[in-house]
Design a protein around this ligand. Sequence first.
Ligand SMILES: C[S@@+](CC[C@H](N)C(=O)[O-])C[C@H]1O[C@@H](n2cnc3c(N)ncnc32)[C@H](O)[C@@H]1O
Length: 466
Amino acid sequence: MTQTEPRQAYAERSLRGKLSYSGARFRGVAQELFPTSHALVPQISQIYELDLAFGEYQALSDEEVIHRGAYFRSVHDMPTHHFRICMETPNQVNASARQARKNFFAANVFAVGYATHGLFPYRGKFHPQMIKAVMNIMGIKPGQVVLDPMAGCGTTSIEAMIMGIDSIACELSPFACLMTRAKVGVLQMDCSDFPRLVKYADDIYQRFAPYEGRSAVQPPLIQSEDTKEGAIHLAKAFPKLSPPMRELLLLCYLDAVGYAARRKGKTPRDLFPDLLSRYLAAVHAFNETREELRMRLGQAEIIEGDARRLKLPNESVDGVLFSPPYSFAIDYLENDRPQLQYLGVEIESLRQNMVGLTGTGRTKQELIEARVVHYFADMEAIMKECKRVLKPGRYCVIVVGSNTNQTGGVSLENGLIKMGGEIGMPLDFQIMREIEGIRNTMRDEFLLFFRKPESESIGAAGKEDK
Ligand SMILES: C[S@@+](CC[C@H](N)C(=O)[O-])C[C@H]1O[C@@H](n2cnc3c(N)ncnc32)[C@H](O)[C@@H]1O
């Protein structure tokens, strides 16, 4: 296939001269924790990473570390799948946008941008490598099911699939659902058509462009046969492509529109061809590695819906893992307004159900107080639902940023820990990490491991049977 970037160049360039984790003291701790058979991935520099690596080392056999480990480079000199996938990921999809972003990705080759995680820059998404390790520590195995009730752009599902774990992604925003469907759908893909798609990039762009500039409340952009007049019909526009491939093209188009709005003197049409070839290069690289490693992917189900009312049976999942909106810090609907408008979504009615965005007040102080109250009421409903659908003895892990500046001094993590105790799903343990991403408003992030008691079976009867 024709690619703009030579394969592997990105990871190799980023790692030049840095093939060991930093600092003699840090190395000493790692030597105490792990036998010489287990080599850590490069670029580990934080204590929480050692914490997670140690958790994986305790939870997994050597063979499991090779197939599913997140923080190991090799076991008995056999490279892990994680290491292979990351090393073969080409340049980040929009790593060229800003120097700070380039530097961030270069310093985090093994942490953030591999497989399809780098497609479309969704704010506030999980650290994928960390999520892989968390699932290992939760004891979720291939063939079992993990639920992410606030799935965003699908990080949990992508990682679960790569690990052979089945997943359910629930998410309120139709645009985030589109991202998730596209990103997981192309993990198993025949890429032989890609050179032709790159060649006809401008033609593909032209099929999307007439629908730009739609105001909200128009016929939704849907894929099914019953599409209404005025909406693009993806299946008719691209009859020969598979549904995930059609949605990947749409995602790339929406990415070009957003990217052009941030770049001076560039139109979406200027940016689309290069972006498309980067998208396809990332998908191609992952699929090639998947085939080489004979990976068996898990299945992913994506549900557009409200986490406060999960349409799932009691005790049907083996683990729950999610991060609620970084309430007050990111307005996802404002962030995604151009994309939601293009899709014909009624933004204001969506807002009514968006956790972290409801609550009003006449003054700033009143607004913050109302939002905190709503946030905790919503989170209580969500945690109860998580407990209901979780099998006894299994973990519900919530990743939450510490954010007292924007909550009037209220600690979200402490509130959630208290709530876990009150609803009968107490905190088992927690891990704290410092956040060092781009444009972060938070300093620390807490990984809260709640556990449903073994003794608390409520029976696996019907859906939403509370
Ligand atoms: C912090 S983001 C999750 C990011 C995700 N972990 C990822 O890696 O992409 C929180 C998500 O919760 C979604 N959300 C907000 N209210 C919701 C609700 N009531 N039900 C389901 N999802 C909701 C938002 O749309 C947003 O995508």
